[in-house]
Design a protein around this ligand. Structure first.
Ligand code: 3PG
Ligand code: MG
Length: 406
């Protein structure tokens, strides 16, 4: 994906630029709890404004399903953008039609306008071409900086690109470069760490990774399923009995592809899942019948840290344990620090992504020390699954040819 057109390939001065961002930020009790996605929009907005573009921002927010849901208005985001980015941001109550047209007509070069939630229109998620044309009619150029929404083939992420010259923004560009360097064209050996609770949700991802990486570490409750599938008693641990055959298939493919699979050798267990219960650290194979595995054990962490110097590239998705509940964050935090140290030392390129993973790395305090942390959830997973993301596919390619995904 090195050949999509970026802001390096267009003169934006005086042009009306339709900029697709992902302003779908987490909100609790009406307050934005994490402004990372707004911050990450800064380089592109700042560059476009500095170069004299009229910046018309599009985004979805939440899932209003084609209806005007007042609580899902993007209006508060215009204030948040001003607070976080220090820019005056105008707001229009609709993303197409006379209201949007008038707001765009009043926009001066260097000014920024935010349009109302694209998902207030039924045609957005249906990728309706007439909505895409209406959006396109507002501008001279389309810039997509919403990598985290690029797995959606919607009017504002894909359809509109058919009707305007379409370029990647700086964030999209960085995401694509980082993920390309991690999986498509990585420095080897490559290690992937995949955690989380269910194999069933990460099946395609595991299937793709065993073909691409040299070592795959499986943690989280997902590891329990792999252990149980091989006949290990995991007590009352969360696992998926109907995925045992699938787990064995993945292990067989890994063997055939020379991908080493690493499963935990010990575990932190408890008989109840709550903060700071009495815990027992046991070797795998000795999990008490009434206990649950809630984190990988210290021997496993030691083993993983000892293996890190053998790798040049690391891809991380999913925590090793139930990191939101202490002390089951210990393994994830310890490994995150070791990965950050290796990255600081220039020995490792580390790329992480996915909602839980970002929360876990933030909790470990190492967000800024990874080579790259993607803000994408579903889009990051689909990339790891080897899928071509429609939002990227829709952008203009350098020679009319877009390289396939990983
Ligand atoms: C996200 O938050 O992952 C993106 O904004 C996509 O949102 P969606 O899952 O509602 O399409
Ligand atoms: Mg979402």
């Amino acid at each position: 994906m090195k050949n999509i057109k970026t802001l390096d390939h267009v003169d934006v001065a005086g042009k009306r630029v339709l900029l697709r961002l992902d302003l779908n930020v987490p909100v609790r009790d009406g307050k934005i709890t994490d402004v990372t996605r707004i911050e990450r929009a800064r380089p592109t907005i700042a560059e476009l404004a500095r170069k004299g573009a009229r910046v018309i921002v599009l985004s979805h927010f939440d899932r209003p399903k084609g209806k005007r849901v007042p609580e899902m208005s993007l209006r508060p985001l215009s204030t948040a953008m001003r607070d976080v980015l220090g820019l005056d941001v105008f707001f229009a109550d609709d993303c197409v039609g006379p209201i949007a047209e008038e707001a765009v007509a009043n926009l001066e070069p260097g000014q920024v306008l935010l349009l109302e939630n694209t998902r207030f229109h039924q045609g957005e998620e249906e990728n309706d071409d007439s909505l895409a044309r209406q959006l396109a009619s507002l501008a001279d150029l389309y810039v997509n900086d919403a990598f985290s929404a690029a797995h959606r083939a919607h009017a504002s992420t894909a359809g509109v690109a058919a009707h305007l010259p379409s370029h990647a923004g700086r964030l999209m560009q960085r995401e694509v470069e980082a993920l390309t360097a991690a999986l498509e064209d990585p420095e080897r050996p490559v290690c992937a760490i995949v955690g989380g609770s269910k194999i069933s949700t990460k099946l395609e991802l595991l299937g793709n990774l065993v073909e691409k990486v040299d070592m795959l570490v499986i943690g989280g409750a997902m590891a329990n399923t792999f252990l149980a599938a091989q006949g290990t008693d995991v007590g009352r641990s969360l696992q998926e009995p109907d995925m045992h055959a699938t787990a064995r298939d993945i292990l067989a493919i890994a063997r055939a592809k020379n991908c080493e699979i690493v499963l935990p050798v010990d575990a932190v267990t408890a008989t109840e899942f709550r903060a700071n219960p009495p815990v027992r650290v046991v070797p795998i194979g000795e999990v008490p019948a009434d206990a649950m595995i809630l984190d990988v054990g210290p021997k496993t962490v030691e083993l993983l840290i000892a293996r890190l110097p053998g790798f040049r590239t690391l891809v991380w998705n999913g925590p090793l344990g139930a990191f939101e509940t202490p002390p089951f964050d210990a393994a994830t935090v310890a490994l995150a620090h070791a990965v950050a140290d290796a990255t600081d030392a220039g020995a490792l390129r580390s790329v992480a992504g996915g909602g839980d993973t970002v929360a876990a790395l933030r909790h470990a305090g190492v967000m800024e020390r990874m080579s790259y942390v993607s803000t994408a959830g579903g889009a990051f997973l689909e990339w790891l699954e080897g899928k071509v993301l429609p939002g990227i596919l829709a952008l203009d390619a350098m020679n009319g040819v877009l390289m396939p995904a990983v």
